[in-house]
Structures are given as C-alpha cells and as structure tokens.
Design a protein around this ligand. Structure first.
Ligand SMILES: Nc1ncnc2c1ncn2[C@@H]1O[C@H](COP(=O)(O)OP(=O)(O)OP(=O)(O)O)[C@@H](O)[C@H]1O
Length: 544
C-alpha cells in the first residue's frame, strides 16, 4: 500500500514554499545575469552609469528580494513541514497505541524510536528536499536556457547541454544513493536498538556482550557515511567538470558572437554569470535521490505497520455498558499462544464483589488470564463477558475504565510518584495519595520522588507498592492484581494485605499469586494447570 508523501497534511501546504523557493532560485539566476550586465556596462562606459539606474535598481531589488524570498520559503516551508509532522505524529501515535505493548513484542525499542525520529523527519521534509530542488532547477534551466536560446541557438545549447548532463548525474547515481540512504537508516535503527539493549543490560555486566556489536555497527555506519561522501564528491567533480565545459563553450561562442557584432560586449558577462548561477541551482539536486529513498523507506515501514492487525481492536459500533458493578465471566475460554494450547475450556464466574485467587506453576497462563480480561488479547474460543456482553463488542476505553490492573513487573512511567498515582485517579487530593502510601509502608517515599524510566530509581518493593497504590486509587469495579506482594518482606506483606482487604471492599477481586499469604483475601482459590482451572478448598481468615 503506498500513500502520497506527507499524507497527513497533503501537498497543499507545500505549494507556497515551493513557489517561493523556485522564485528565489530564479531571482538568483536573474540577479547573476543582471549584475554581469551592469558591471560590464559600467566598466565599458562609466560615463553612462547614471543611465543604468533601472538596471541598478533591478540588481538591488533582486539582491534583497532573493534573500527575502529565500527567507519566506524557509519560513513557510518549515512551518508546513512541521505542521505535516504534527499530523503525522498524531497519526503515528494513533497507530502505535492500537498495538499497545504488542508492538514491543513485534519490534525493538530502537525501531520504534526511529518511527517517530528519522522516519518522521524523512517524510515531513520530503517536499522540501525532493520537490523543491527539482522544481527550482527546472525553473532555472527554463529561464537561462530559454533566454540564451532566444539569443542564439548554439549559445543556448552550450549552457543547456552541460546543465542537463550535470542534472542527469544524480539521476544516474540514484540507485546507489537510495541503497546507501536505506542502509544508513537501517544501521541507525539497529544501532539505536542495540544501544537500548546494552543500557538495560548494563547492570549485570551483560552490556559487554553488546560492545562488539555496537562497535561493528559504528564501523558499518562510518563506511556507509564514507561511501555517501565519495558519491557526493564524485557528483560534485562531475558537475564542476561539466561547468568548466559549459563555461568554455559559452565563452567561445559568446566571443564569436561579440566579434560578429551579434552580441553586445556587455551582454557577454551577463550570459556567463547566468550560466554559472544556473549550475548553482543544481547543487541541491545531488541530495534528492537519497532524500527520496529515505522518505520512501520510511513510508514503506509505516505502511507495513498500518497493514498489520493488532491483537485486539476496538469495535466500530461498541455496545453500551450499563453503570454500576457488573458480573464478569470467563465462559469456556480457550487460548492458543505460541502454538501451545495455554487455556482449555476455562470457565470462571466473577459476580460483583467476588474475591478469587488463582495459583499455579510458572508459565501456566495466570497473567494471560488477566490479560484476557483487560483485553490485551482475545480468547481463541469461548468468550469473556462483562454484564453478559462479550468484551470484544465493548469499547476498549469503556472496558478498561471498569478495571484496575496491577502487573507483575509493576511498570511505572518516567515521572514523579504523584504523577504515577494520578494516572489512576487524576483528581485525588495529595492527602489521599500520601495516606495510602503511608498505609502501604511507604512513609519515607515523598510524592515528588522522580521514579526514573520504568521506575528504575525505586526498589522492587517500592515500585510494586506504588503500582498497587495506583491500581487501588482508580475507582474501578474490578481489581486485577498480579503478584501484589512480590518483593515484600513478611511484615510489609501483612501490612499490604490489610490495606488490600480494606480497599477491595465492594469490588470484584481477581488476584494471581505464587505466595500463600495473599490467598487470605480470597473467597475462592483456583489452581491453573495444563490449561484447566481446578477449584481448591479455602480457609479464609480475617486479614489482620
Ligand atoms: N507476548 C507473548 N507472546 C507469546 N507468548 C507469550 C507472550 N507472553 C507470554 N507468553 C507465553 O504465555 C505463557 C504463559 O505466560 P504467563 O505469563 O501467563 O504465565 P504465568 O502463569 O503468569 O507465569 P508466572 O507465574 O511465571 O508469572 C508462557 O509460556 C509464555 O511464554
């Protein structure tokens, strides 16, 4: 699937900057010609300098006007590109958010970063880096070529021939330039991903394993950059050689015309400078194939993502959810994951206020069971219902508003403790946040503590309790808690369980745990093994 470049903003915002850019190029070419004529006229007959007022004004006007046009082109061009980028960014966020964490199972962090960095840059500036130079050059070639052809056919061809040949050089080198641009983008993504891996593995010394990989990637990137430099040098040399040819041909033909009286001496300088400045308009063309390839590659990567279906999708016409606590039911749920039948015919009724715990061996699918309820994934057979309605027919946002989820690895967002807590309860007063943290044994953790990426600046136990507090603060009907007391010493665990007992009142609780202590919260305990749920006897005691 291909889309026009700068799809989100369309091409219209780039019309004005492109016209301004072309006008600036033409002003430059005309300025060179007019200056040549002026200098030559003034040098040949200084006494008539005053009669050249019109020419002087034109040269001055073009000098100032060209700078003004170029400035306006940059201003409007970048504004248009940034606006297009803004729309692209929003569209990208929309696409990425449909996948949620699934995307990280699909591609690495470095790839994901490239989507919003290099890819976006390549696409949003495509019009300025590709279309504008091409049109600018076409305008310059038409103006210079047209005028010179009208003066003398051979004079015109002396300029147009080398000029078009020089323009063909980047076109001839386009395959190589595209190959290098794509390779550079690929290596930069690889490098970003390897760097993130190395950073996250740095604590256990495993980063050393990445050092040779990073070195190798650096070396490859250097070689690609050198190859790009060589290509550009080759193109520059070719262009200069053709300019030298053009200059010789124009001068030879021009002098012949002057000698024959077909061309005024003062016009010769104008002709030569006009030819020279037409070659200037060629300079940005050398980067066009690379910029075009980079934009195309970015677009292909984007299309690839657009063509992939996320694990769960929002229904087009979601069913409404009645207010108030609703029964949640897993009804004959089967799930095949990674080629394995992880869950088989699992049925679990969770009426409002039910308190259920699930235990079972590692890898049995306990967290996956919670994921089916939060719709991180859908069952292969059977259904999960809320208030009798299949979750797949509910808007994801509606469903998730009814749930609080504490995950096993308790991921926090890079921000303060208070910011993390407020994700669950945006309007909770600081006193409520403080009191809950104190209850959970986090009296020493100030609300303005910066938790770092993923919460890495906190201990495992602190991170788990901040995540738990976030889940509890959210006023939802259903609490899904995955290992709520992991990382805690027995005293702290007992304290946390007391808080949970209090905060779960009137809410449905489904907790997953390997530890015996949290089972005290449950009215019903199940063991998940070999894909089946087995009910276990419970002896629920009062949580102290
Ligand atoms: N994103 C994924 N894609 C494919 N398979 C996955 C994915 N996440 C987990 N699995 C697989 O699903 C199975 C169940 O994982 P799950 O995390 O639900 O087990 P668990 O019972 O919670 O284990 P533990 O007690 O160790 O936390 C595992 O075999 C795992 O490899």
């Amino acid at each position: 699937m291909t889309r026009p470049m700068n799809r989100a903003g369309g091409w219209r915002p780039f019309v004005l900057p492109t016209l301004l850019g072309v006008a600036a190029t033409l002003a430059g070419v005309t300025l060179a010609g007019a200056s040549g004529r002026l200098i030559a006229r003034a040098a040949l007959r200084p006494e008539v300098f005053l009669s050249l007022t019109l020419l002087v004004t034109l040269v001055r006007g073009l000098g100032v006007g060209r700078a003004g046009l170029r400035y306006a082109e940059r201003l409007t061009g970048h504004a248009a590109a940034l606006r297009a980028g803004e729309a692209e960014r929003a569209a990208l966020f929309d696409r990425v958010s449909r996948f949620g964490r699934d995307l990280l199972a699909r591609e690495r962090g470095g790839d994901l970063l490239a989507r919003s960095g290099a890819d976006l840059d390549a696409r949003q500036f495509a019009a300025l880096r590709v279309t504008l130079p091409l049109l600018g050059f076409a305008g310059a070639a038409l103006l210079a070529g047209g005028w010179l052809l009208s003066l003398d056919a051979r004079l015109g061809l002396s300029v147009l021939g080398p000029l078009l040949l020089a323009a063909a050089l980047p076109w001839l080198a386009r395959a190589r330039a595209a190959e290098l641009a794509r390779e550079e983008a690929r290596l930069a993504r690889e490098h970003g991903a390897a760097l993130l891996d190395a950073l996250s593995a740095s604590a256990d010394g495993a980063a050393q394993l990445w050092a040779p990989r990073l070195d190798a990637l650096n070396g490859q990137l250097r070689r690609v950059t050198q190859a790009q430099g060589h290509l550009q040098t080759g193109l520059t040399l070719g262009r200069e050689a053709l300019f030298a040819l053009c200059f010789t041909l124009v001068l030879t033909r021009g002098l012949t015309l002057v000698e024959a009286g077909a061309l005024g001496g003062a016009w010769l300088a104008a002709v030569v400078l006009l030819a020279a400045s037409s070659f200037d308009a060629l300079t940005p063309l050398a980067l066009v194939p690379g910029a075009h390839a980079a934009a195309q590659a970015a677009q292909e990567r984007d299309a690839e993502l657009s063509d992939v279906q996320p694990a769960v999708t929002d229904p087009d016409h979601p069913s409404p959810l009645p207010p108030g606590p609703l029964p949640l039911t897993l009804d004959g749920v089967g799930l095949t994951r990674g080629g394995r039948d992880l869950l088989r015919g699992v049925t679990l009724p969770l009426p409002p206020g039910a308190r259920v715990a699930v235990t079972g061996p590692s890898g049995a699918g306990k967290s996956t069971l919670l994921g089916l309820i939060s719709r991180d994934l859908d069952p292969t057979v059977g259904q999960v219902t809320l208030g009798g309605t299949d979750l797949r027919t509910l808007a994801l946002a509606d469903l998730r508003a009814r749930l609080s989820l504490h995950e096993q690895d308790a991921p926090l967002l890079d921000g303060t403790v208070a910011e993390n807590l407020r994700l669950g309860a945006p309007h909770a007063p600081p006193e409520r946040l403080r009191a809950l943290l104190d209850d959970l044994g986090l009296a020493d953790l100030p609300l303005d503590t910066w938790v770092g990426e993923g919460g890495t600046r906190l201990s495992g136990g602190q991170r788990a309790r901040v995540s738990l507090a976030r889940a509890l603060l959210k006023r939802s009907d259903v609490l899904l808690l995955d290992e709520p007391t992991a990382h805690l010493d027995p005293d702290t665990e007992a304290r946390v369980l007391r808080v949970l007992g209090r905060e779960c009142a009137g809410r449905t609780l489904l907790l997953v745990t390997h530890r015996p202590a949290p089972l005290i919260l449950a009215d019903q305990v199940y063991r998940l093994q070999d894909g089946h749920l087995h009910s276990l006897p419970t002896t629920r005691k009062k949580v102290i």
